[in-house]
Design a protein around this ligand. Structure first.
Ligand SMILES: [Zn+2]
Length: 76
């Protein structure tokens, strides 16, 4: 078994938002080399700031709308 860490590896239910502990749907790769995980809510909230410091933002929040069961906190 070989474990390869790739930046593009999908987020799982074990990945949690750094802010609130909800399931993470965004992975932010920082220019400094670190990574941050955010739920869809906080990903949107911090997106303007994240874009200044991130080299990559993997947004998987689209999976939320693809799921019949919703959390019901998605505002438009
Ligand atoms: Zn959050």
């Amino acid at each position: 078994m070989t474990t390869v860490l790739t930046p593009a590896s999908p987020l799982t239910a074990a990945d949690r938002c750094d802010r609130c502990g909800a399931q993470a749907y965004l992975r932010v790769v920082l220019a400094s080399g670190g990574e941050l995980l955010f739920c869809a809510h906080h990903g949107r909230k911090f997106e303007p700031e994240l874009k200044k410091i991130a080299t990559e933002i993997h947004d998987e929040s689209g999976r939320l709308t693809a799921t019949p069961a919703t959390a019901g906190e998605d505002e438009r």
